[in-house]
Ligand binder design. Sequence first.
Ligand code: 1CP
Length: 361
Amino acid sequence: MCDFAPLKNDLFIRAAFCEKVERTPVWAMRQAGRYLKEFQEVRAKHDFFTVCRTPELACEVTLQPLRRMELDAAIIFSDILVIPQALGMEVQMVPGKGPVFPKPLANPEDLKTLNQTPDVDKELGYVFDAIKLTRQKLDGKVPLIGFSGAPWTLMAYMVDGGSSATFSKARSWLFRSPNESKALLDMLTDTTIKYLVNQVRAGAQALQVFESHAGILGSSTFAKFSLPYLAKIATQVKKQLSDLGIQRVPLIIFAKGAHYAIEELSATDYDVISLDWTMDVKRAREICAKKSKALQGNLDPAMLYAGVDEICSATKKMVEDFGVTGHIANLGHGMYPDLDPEHLKAFVNSVHSASEEIINS
Ligand code: 1CP
């Protein structure tokens, strides 16, 4: 591992491990992105995956939101779909439409066409280079989060070929071809473990796993086709980092829509359970406190369309609901492209002021 500057602001790390903090740390999913005009300027000149694959550009857009507001963490600019690319699939980012796979996995026979054991350093070395560069440029200001998509969410895109409200093609595989589905999920799990371990070796100081499409599975299907893979990723990443003598980093799981699985997720090796805005904070707190897990979330991102005064009072309530121990403030999902950056700034400042008020009272 390279030598980087020590952290000046480690609130995020301490909150993730349920340690004492002076104020609640805050960051936002998709804090780098289209709602920032400086991001759009970069995107006007470079295609989406060129930004991901060029460490200087990925680093620049990672740092952009930190120049505007007092965020307590940075997240490396990339996308969850770099893993399907590493397995040999083509992914295009189509303006106004999102990700498109010109040749999705049409049937389980197509698994044979994948590069099943990719050389992660060779295929995804550009992500590790972007992480190294960003750690240098951050100079210890705040921690840098690495991330990956969870196996089920990646499978959903690989089979359906892009965004979908139902991912009905991928869900049909789970029932029509459960064994082949499991083979694909195993393959994705193994690659994800290597990918996440190498992100930490490159300099990532925390990791978030995005199971963005957990909600469409339902509890018994989630228990079979998502949870075991999520659990294995956390256990193996922790084990491999410890075997390498690397200091533990917080692992965060964001299983959007998985109301029914908070208890099961709290029994895995993740340190932080991230809640979307539809989840019950009180219930999650009760469950997670028993396992000493921290929580992340969960203001409705649409709340940022309200006026600044309303944002401040909703944020204050959120901070009170979570309490000031073991909470990383965030939105319940990512920033929308037409949100006003000043409204995100109001959220960030309110998290800080509301939590300081509680802590100092
Ligand atoms: O043209 C553009 O600039 C495309 C917009 C965009 C951006 C800014 C995409 C396409 N991806 C990203 C960056 C991105 N994606 C980050 C950057 C770091 C940050 O948070 O600041 C991250 C963490 C992701 C992760 C990601 N990609 C997820 C998981 C989080 C989530 O939103 O649930 C998912 C599902 C994707 C797939 C994807 N990539 C892009 C889009 C629009 C989507 C979602 C498609 C869909 O809704 O199904």
